[in-house]
Design a protein around this ligand. Structure first.
Ligand SMILES: Nc1ncnc2c1ncn2[C@@H]1O[C@H](COP(=O)(O)OP(=O)(O)OP(=O)(O)O)[C@@H](O)[C@H]1O
Ligand SMILES: [Mg+2]
Length: 352
């Protein structure tokens, strides 16, 4: 491990998780090791993978972190651009001769056999994606390490990944520390907030994403608003996580809600300026609106100034729109799925 690098302070419970992962990395065969990090959305798989990658990449001849595999494949329709990134990261090969997935498979499968690499394949949803990036263990040299993060354990089994690390949720103490650090900038809350803070931590069920979103909503609010938020969560104990996410949405102004729903339905991964121009023409005041959503952890700006939101948040946004009219898409405020659009056009069911 790179002793000069440290685990970022804002990450809690990382050391013990790293230890467990390191243990699994040492077991198994010692030619090419394969490890899956598995857990639900928002649990911290990518965060853990980044830490491991930063700490370990110097131990290999080359390393590559392939991020957002699921989303990139959905958007681009194949793994070709990821194959190109892999080759460029590991061989400095800016090769554009890959015309299809098979070209990529052949090239990766033949050129890296003698190289000890660290390959991180983040957020894989389909075994085909995996096969295009890492078909067989002998594609890579002795001592290579392939780490895959996914929400789907079955996929790891299907691809014969040797070790699976089931990432645990944060325990109460860890989640409490994370909550306090984010809400009060210290590990100890003010006395009047203490019981409420404990209650919210329980609701977040150890999911770091839920802690993030909840704290962004509560931050700086007076204690009586914390109390009324808690009352709301008590009324809907069934669906804690979605309840937490929805509280943040409900606390938005009308224009901000519209921007959130538009991004959830249409503009994830689109350029911020481009989206701002469109939303501006709808009268939503996007410059302020987008900044508010970012502050509330409902929206993030990723590379190349593109707007991104977590899947669970996107799912919540789309659910909100579907619930406007569960059975008849023509009465919803937004249509983004082909089947719904074609239903509305063919049946002429659109209404005001
Ligand atoms: N140990 C931790 N301490 C503090 N914050 C964390 C920790 N782990 C994750 N987070 C935060 O929680 C959020 C979700 O984490 P992350 O994106 O790593 O989840 P994930 O498991 O990769 O989710 P997905 O399946 O959607 O890809 C991020 O904002 C991240 O910063
Ligand atoms: Mg992830």
């Amino acid at each position: 491990m790179n002793s000069e690098l440290e685990i970022p302070k804002e990450l809690v419970g990382m050391e013990s998780r790293l230890e467990k992962l390191k243990f699994l990395m040492c077991t198994g065969s010692n030619d090419v090791r394969t490890i899956g990090i598995w857990g639900m959305g928002g649990l911290g798989k990518t965060t853990l993978a980044r830490v491991v990658y930063d700490l370990m990449s110097h131990e290999f001849d080359g390393s590559s972190f392939l991020a957002d595999v699921r989303e990139r494949c959905d958007k681009e329709g194949s793994v070709i651009s990821l194959q190109k990134q892999l080759l460029s990261d590991l061989l400095m090969l800016a090769d554009n001769s890959i015309r299809n997935v098979y070209d990529g498979v052949n090239m990766i499968g033949s050129r890296l056999r003698h190289k000890k690499v660290l390959l991180l394949i983040d957020d894989v949803a389909d075994v085909e994606q995996l096969r295009g990036l890492f078909g067989k263990r002998d594609w890579f040299g002795l001592g290579s390490m392939i780490i895959i993060t996914t929400r789907d354990e079955h996929l790891l089994k299907l691809h014969r990944v040797e070790e699976v690390y089931k990432l645990e949720a944060l325990n109460f103490d860890e989640a409490f520390r994370l909550f306090c650090l984010k809400a009060f900038d210290t590990y100890k809350p003010l006395e009047e907030y203490l019981e409420l803070a404990k209650c919210f931590v329980k609701y977040a069920s150890g999911l770091p994403l839920a802690v993030d979103v909840l704290v962004s909503f509560l931050f700086g609010r007076p204690v009586d608003q914390w109390r009324s938020t808690q009352e709301r969560l008590k009324r809907d104990p069934e669906n804690k996580i979605l309840g937490i996410l929805q509280i943040s949405f409900d606390g938005l102004k009308e224009a901000e809600k519209n921007i959130f729903l538009d991004v959830a339905c249409f503009y994830k991964w689109e350029n911020r300026d481009y989206v701002s121009k469109i939303l501006d023409s709808c009268g939503f005041d996007p410059i302020i609106g987008i900044s508010v959503l970012i502050e509330k952890s409902l929206l993030t700006v990723r590379e190349n100034d593109r707007l991104w939101m977590h899947d669970l948040l996107q799912e919540m946004g789309q659910q909100i729109v579907r619930r406007q009219s569960p059975d008849e898409p023509g009465r919803r405020s937004r249509l983004w799925e082909e089947a719904d659009v074609s239903h509305v056009l063919s049946q002429n069911t659109v209404s005001e």
